[in-house]
Write a protein that binds this ligand. Structure first.
Ligand code: CP
Ligand code: NVA
Length: 317
């Protein structure tokens, strides 16, 4: 008898609303009582492939694995044969023999899909050019902790319609909140991701609104979200992007358009003085540190749920 294929976490679209609820509930339990989960996956091994730099993702996953009793193994590009041409599929088949799950941060989403297709253990997308689903999990937890519920809230995303924005769009569709995205012309999110999210949002009460005016997006919003203007791998476009994104800085004047109690979120790292001013990121509205802290808790829950094969949280009820 062959084992059933593992569940992967490649985009937020793979979760249904019940699984998101179960993951957030598990995260809450883990956050309140980490000792109850300490060493629950003792003897397990987590491989972590990084083709791009990382502070939060690397350290939070490594700390999460250690807390669950696992051995975390960080694998950078120059440490794997994949970096000198070994097929992604062969890498997946090999790592599946030694590990219990793999996280991968790389460039193309297609590479993560190729890895997952040949892997007999769960694969977690730790950021690609197209998606950052682990970030979105921490984002929705932070929003829920702040507002009690995702339903009915309005979030403004100001900036580049790439990975973080795409995962937040999928989060709005999954979690049932309104996301208004303001980008400069030419930097809009993928039409396919937006169309699929709008379709899903019809069943959850979410909404995705695309704009080009940051003030219009921020108007009355409960949360204003920023990401860097120049993502990893796009450094050569830095100057062009700084010109294109002029007027898209989240500053006190832009925050004044949002709801009076609005919070500020940022996936980090921040380029202070570009997409956000010191005044906002260090000000009373900022929740960027609790948001970054939540990465640890959501990722501990994610590893646990995927490795135990219990994304629906049935065995924890
Ligand atoms: N937000 C985020 O993924 O940060 P790192 O690039 O530091 O991992
Ligand atoms: N959009 C950013 C997110 C970093 C966490 C990037 O890809 O560099």
């Amino acid at each position: 008898m062959t084992a059933p294929p593992p569940r992967h976490f490649l985009t937020l679209d793979e979760l249904d609303p019940g699984e998101l609820r179960a993951l957030l509930d598990l995260t809450g339990r883990l956050k309140r009582d980490p000792d109850a989960f300490r060493n629950r996956l003792a003897g397990g091994r987590l491989g972590m492939i990084f083709h791009k730099p990382s502070t939060r993702t690397r350290v939070s996953f490594e700390a999460a694995a250690w807390m669950l009793g696992m051995l975390p193994i960080v694998l950078r590009t120059d440490e794997l044969q994949m970096g000198r041409g070994e097929a992604i599929g062969d890498t997946a088949r090999t790592l599946s023999l030694y590990l219990d799950a793999i996280t991968i941060r790389t460039f193309a989403q297609a590479s993560v899909e190729e890895l997952a297709a040949a892997s007999s253990i769960p694969v977690i997308n730790a950021l690609t050019n197209e998606h950052h689903p682990c970030q979105a999990l921490a984002d929705v937890l932070t929003l829920e902790e702040e507002f009690g519920s995702l339903a009915g809230i309005q979030v403004a995303f100001i900036g580049d319609g790439d990975n973080v924005c795409h995962s937040l769009i999928q989060a709005a569709a999954l979690g049932g909140f309104e996301l208004r995205v303001a980008t400069p012309p030419g930097y809009e999110p993928s039409p396919d991701i937006v169309a699929a999210a709008r379709q899903r949002a019809t069943t959850t009460g979410g909404a995705i609104i695309l704009l080009h005016d940051p003030a219009e997006a921020a108007f009355g919003a409960e949360a204003v979200y920023a990401d860097v203007w120049t993502s990893m791998g796009k450094e050569a476009e830095g100057e062009t992007r700084r010109a294109a994104f002029a007027g898209f800085t989240v500053d006190a004047a832009l925050m004044a358009h949002a709801s009076r109690a609005a919070i500020f979120l940022h996936c980090l790292p921040a380029h202070r003085g570009e997409e956000v001013t010191d005044e906002v990121i260090d000000g009373p509205a900022s929740r960027v540190w609790p948001q970054a802290g939540n990465r640890l808790h959501t990722e501990t829950a994610l590893i646990y749920a995927l490795i135990t094969g219990d994304l629906a949280g049935e065995r924890l009820r």
